[in-house]
Design a protein around this ligand. Structure first.
Ligand code: SF4
Length: 95
């Protein structure tokens, strides 16, 4: 993730993981992805990015639905236009 300077002890918990894990189709899949994010050093930075830029996938331990609620509560608008899911996957930190 080039948008966050990495410290030597930074753990990016999705690095090298199949990006599909962060686009889960089941509640169990959501749980597994969120568990990984919970162990990640970048969870807050990733959540901030996801809140402002990502409609789909797990970012910073949140689902798209979680972030939609958070955006509504905080008055945040997505800064990027909606794009196709495969393109979103390409940009996920796990990719
Ligand atoms: S999606 Fe974000 S918070 Fe979750 S493991 Fe990857 S970089 Fe960390």
């Amino acid at each position: 993730m080039s948008w966050v300077p990495l410290e030597i002890d930074t753990v990016v918990a999705c690095r090298g993981v199949d990006p599909d894990l962060f686009f889960p189709q089941t509640p169990e899949g959501v749980r597994v992805a969120k568990e990984r994010c919970a162990a990640c050093s970048l969870i807050y930075e990733c959540l901030a990015w996801g809140l402002h830029h990502e409609e789909y996938g797990i970012w910073g331990g949140t689902t798209g639905r979680d972030r939609k609620r958070m955006r509504r509560a905080a008055g945040i608008k997505l800064r990027t236009p909606q794009v196709a899911l495969p393109i979103e996957r390409h940009h996920h930190p796990a990719a």
